[in-house]
Design a binder for this molecule. Structure first.
Ligand SMILES: Nc1ncnc2c1ncn2[C@@H]1O[C@H](COP(=O)(O)OP(=O)(O)O)[C@@H](O)[C@H]1O
Ligand SMILES: [Mg+2]
Length: 150
């Protein structure tokens, strides 16, 4: 587990940007943490790092958004509102994101449906402006060097 404190929004975007530089097609990143903790903001930083030109907005109502203007396609899902693993399966996000990066907000709620190879990031609100991010690499992610993110 790697812990990084992001004192400002800019720090959070920066950590996401550094992570984006390490991403490969097929990667799955799960963002966990309460509403307003920075999961969507982190995804914006990730997308910016991948050169996405469109504005990245929360997928909490539409559940899934796709961005294809970057170096890698991004599929951005938010499963907070989903009632079941069946509904998650119906979204078909792994197929949608097979040639790119999949980011799932609240993804820990569908953990049984996730591939073991994923990076989980837990967001904790420390105070109004600061967040603590805890990165837990699963499966093959354990062999990756994430030191540069801190
Ligand atoms: N250090 C920080 N990192 C990320 N977001 C921050 C930070 N400090 C304040 N914020 C604010 O917290 C909010 C996070 O919102 P959002 O990313 O939509 O959260 P979530 O997707 O987890 O519900 C934004 O309004 C952002 O400006
Ligand atoms: Mg969000």
């Amino acid at each position: 587990m790697i812990e990084v404190r992001c004192a400002t929004e800019t720090d959070t975007r920066r950590v996401a940007g550094r992570l984006s530089a390490t991403l490969q097609p097929g990667d799955v990143v799960v963002l966990a943490g309460p509403l307003g903790s920075g999961k969507t903001l982190f995804t914006q930083g990730l997308a910016a790092g991948l050169g996405v030109e469109e504005r990245v907005v929360s997928p909490s109502f539409v559940l899934v958004r796709q961005y294809r203007s970057g170096f890698l396609p991004i599929v951005h899902a938010d499963v907070y509102r989903l009632g079941s693993l069946h509904e998650f399966a119906d979204l078909d996000v792994f197929e949608l994101a097979s040639d790119g990066v999949l980011v799932i907000e609240w993804g820990h709620a569908v953990d049984p449906a996730l591939p073991p190879d994923h990076l989980r990031i837990d967001f904790e609100v420390e105070d109004e402006g600061a967040r603590v991010l805890r990165l837990t690499p699963g499966g093959a992610w354990r062999t990756r060097n994430l030191d540069a993110l801190v």
